[in-house]
Design a protein around this ligand. Sequence first.
Ligand code: AMP
Length: 569
Amino acid sequence: MRYSTLAEVYEELEKTSKRLEKTRIVSKLLKKASDEELQMVMLLLEGRIYPAWDRREAGVATQMMLKAISHAVGTGINDVQAEWKMTGDLGKVSENLISKKKQATLRREELDVAKVFSNLRRLNEISGNGSVDRKIQLIAELLSSASPNEARYITRTVLQQMRVGIGAGTLRDAIVHAFIEEPNQNRRIAEQVQEAYDLTSDFGEVAKAIKSGGIKGIESIKLSIGNPIKVMLALKVDTIEEGFEKAGRPMQAEYKMDGFRVQIHKKDEDITVFTRRLENVTKQFPEIAEYAKKHVNGEEFILDAEAAGYDPKSKKYLPFQSISQRIKRKYDIERMATQFPVEVNVFDVIWHNGKNMISEPFRNRRKLIERIVEDRERKIRPSKKIVTDNDKEIEEFFREAKEMGNEGLMFKNLDAPYKPGARVGHMLKYKKTMENLDLAIVKAEWGEGKRSMWLSSYTIACRKGNKLLEVGKVSTGLKEKPEEGLSFDEMTKMLKPLIIGEEGKTAIVKPEIVIEVGYEEIQKSPTYESGFALRFPRIITMRQDKGIEDISSMEMVEQYYNEQKKTKK
Ligand code: AMP
């Protein structure tokens, strides 16, 4: 297949926002692709050269791309840069410059999909001395053979900025339209295709199986160790009764740890660790691989688990934020592992020694976990659980879970299978976290040490009529690095012009900024004029959409306080 055919499809996709139209365009393309091309086309449509869960990438940054374009068109880098400043889109820059050049030269060589694809993948394989130059050379060659609009999409693919607006739903439907003939059963078939995708996270593989064997071909799709599968998701319940209603009586309750989800694969002595979004984080968490090797019995397995951070000195569990910085870390990995270690709590098993456990009832999967996962405190262990039909026991267990620093409980249906990618009632979360409050910042304190440049702790107030009453101080929730979200720096810039007075290190500010604040509990407190204080408050977000008249009222705070007393009893 010519690459120009694909480039035309990208163009058509960009022109329409209608899902059905997109499905039609893609399914037409899929029908044209040969068996070998199908997988490449599926990936390229998403603007990828590797599946989402695969860590490999072209590894080409903007500066390198600028140079490659400059090589390909024989224009100085400054001119390319100037063009880029004007359009803000390197894809367009390639297209424009190639188009100018093409008018002056002879007809190019035709590019086909397989060639573009394999050259893009070669980018990942180039390493070592002189690799930057060799990469630039390779891209420049591709661009030189490309037509202007092909150049636009090659550039975007290399930079991982495809943005033609095509989602997983469209790809799935397009596969059905392209290869299945009984349109009446399309809905059930779409579900089956989705299930196959949830197992493999790879549309290419799914499309290939259906093309060769029709809907029956899907049955050949097997879970494969080393490729992550979509994780089963949880529904929320508000009461314990609702938990029993949905999960059955008796049910299993487990601590809901405030960590992050990991899927651990073992095959041929190799361990791979994926996050819930199927990113490979094996390197970032060397201790997880170590524990899985040493303390889990089995030649091969896939486990579903929560990695919870803890304080290496006190051994107490820490909230998710404390380990979140490890997930994307590229350097200092060992130091981070000692400073912010995790404990792996295994709560499900998907595969073990050649046996697919997905359809086994949860009680059997749990039995297996207890057989194969050793209980090693602060390393790896089966998740903490009870099985009961008694509401009181659950309540007691919930209290214990909270005291230990957990978010709450998970309820599990003992008879249910594992459903990849699905938010079904087989797994329920019960957190009882309180309703967030919208509060005004009335004072702000200058920080210490590296935070001394910032107003970093904020006194917050609710409203009683026209008066503002303080309900506590909050200093968590904001980021030190602006690229990670709402930052101290940003907040300081907003607050500074509002300063109307000073009390030592504390600035009194005109109450204009409204923030949404989460917390664990409301307590009675003589410290603040409202008579209440928030326990473990944290800033959730700025409420630019709210003014001072919209903040939570004193009555609301009292009402939440009373409700929480009731549910505690
Ligand atoms: P949520 O993210 O609020 O939807 O809650 C579900 C998440 O809780 C899961 O994706 C896991 O990351 C996490 N979790 C913590 N402990 C457990 C457990 N024992 N069983 C299942 N999930 C758990």
